[in-house]
Design a protein around this ligand. Structure first.
Ligand code: SER
Length: 406
């Protein structure tokens, strides 16, 4: 059996997928960041996202037991990036029962996989379970299951109710936490951040109506586990940036651009890695929609790099880093003997941004707009008359004390 020391990212993925395959789950093939046609959301935000129609009753062509590794992008976390845990693009391991087995079976398998597959000592586990509210009673099935397995349970209300919005499929969930502190585990998940949540099992039993009422849904189970966070815990690291997830980025980028370990280095590595994956799924920089998210990621990188040294350029980025990320996300590299389209996108965007900054700088100087803050009217004027978007203007102004980089 693997021990914690030998589980790199690839082994972690295969351990998860094989475990569920051996229990009758079929692996899904699609894992693009782009949601299925007709979905109004720009990017896939969780493992269950593409499965929503099947969780509410449509038969899935692969059957009632599924397993997958889904890449996800969350722009809501963009301002958190640069800390030690948040990533823009990440991967979620997931398992699903579409009207097949129930919550207790899912929890038992989850426990078995964490203990025997990933080598986590059961003493390092703690779970939370839905304690009931005015509408739905406590999740006694889950509570009983964990008690039989000998895992300590904490009951909560809001933290253990999962939904993807004000209406749609929802239900009580049970979150599994792993102790990451020094010394023996103590306290509980809601009172001590050293308990790190790794896995969420949702008992998808209800459908919320627009009036807030709940209709029963064919019972299913949806589980999701952030791959990078799991790997961090399994490899005993404090930060995802210390894991093989970011090797060779964290080895190469500091020397390349003289960046010290800190929020700027992490932002540069996260956004370039994320941009690589977004381009790999067929998105090009543009002024709206998905392309704008990509443009914003790349411009944040360039703004960060140029703050100290405007001669830094993405053309120095070794292809080894891009290949490493493409391999992790199962995306093809360039055709042999052909230029790398990803590098062309990066360099084109850099060139475009440099020209825009030059033009913007001269407009601001001519107009005497030196900040650090501008009025809404001034932003409006610069946008309407000179085509300068707000984030670009902000990157030219001196930072306001305590503000995060754009
Ligand atoms: N739906 C749950 C989540 O996104 C589990 O997949 O966390």
């Amino acid at each position: 059996m693997d021990t914690i020391d030998t589980l790199d990212t690839d082994r972690t993925i295969s351990t998860f997928v094989d475990f569920y395959r051996e229990r009758g789950h079929r692996p899904l093939t699609g894992d693009s960041l782009l949601p299925p046609p007709g979905d109004p959301v720009l990017f896939t935000t969780s493992g269950m996202h593409p499965l929503t129609p099947y969780l509410v009753g449509r038969p899935h062509p692969l059957g009632t037991r599924l397993v997958n590794l889904q890449r996800c992008l969350r722009t809501t976390d963009l301002d958190e990036v640069g800390d030690r845990t948040h990533l823009t693009v990440f991967q979620m391991l997931g398992s699903w029962s579409l009207g097949d087995y129930g919550g207790p079976q899912s929890l038992r398998w989850g426990y078995e996989l964490l203990r025997d597959g990933f080598g986590i000592h059961p003493d390092r586990l703690h779970v939370t379970v839905f304690g009931g509210d005015g509408q739905v009673g406590p999740d006694t099935d889950s509570q009983r299951t964990w008690e039989e397995l000998g895992v300590p349970v904490e009951l909560t209300v809001e933290d253990n109710w999962w939904s993807n919005g004000p209406t749609g499929p929802c239900g009580p969930d049970s979150e599994i936490f792993v102790w990451t502190g020094d010394g023996p585990p103590r306290s509980t998940p809601t009172t001590d951040p050293r308990w790190v949540e790794v896995w969420n099992h949702v008992m998808m039993r209800y459908h919320r109506r627009t009036d807030g009422g709940l209709d029963p849904l064919r019972p299913g189970v949806d589980t999701g586990m952030g791959l990078e966070r799991l790997v961090t815990v399994l490899q005993g690291k404090r930060s995802v940036y210390e894991c093989d997830v970011f090797e060779p980025w964290m080895r190469t980028v500091p020397q390349l651009w003289g960046l010290d370990d800190g929020p700027s280095l992490r932002l540069v590595c996260d956004h370039l890695r994320s941009g690589t994956v977004v381009v790999g799924d067929g998105v090009l920089p543009s002024s709206n929609g998905r392309g704008y998210v990509l443009r914003r990621l790349l411009r944040r990188v360039l703004t960060t790099l140029w703050r100290e040294d405007p001669s830094r350029t993405l053309s120095d980025l070794p292809v080894e880093l891009l290949d490493h990320t493409r391999h992790q996300f199962r995306q093809p590299g360039p055709q042999p003997g052909r230029p790398d389209p990803l590098r062309e996108v990066l360099l084109d965007e850099e060139q475009r941004f440099r020209s825009l900054l030059d033009r913007g700088r001269s407009v601001l100087t001519r107009q005497g707009l030196t900040g650090p803050t501008l009025t809404q009217q001034q932003y409006h004027y610069l946008h309407e008359t000179h085509g300068l978007p707000r984030d670009l203007i902000d990157s030219l102004l001196p930072p306001t004390p305590g503000s995060a980089p754009n």
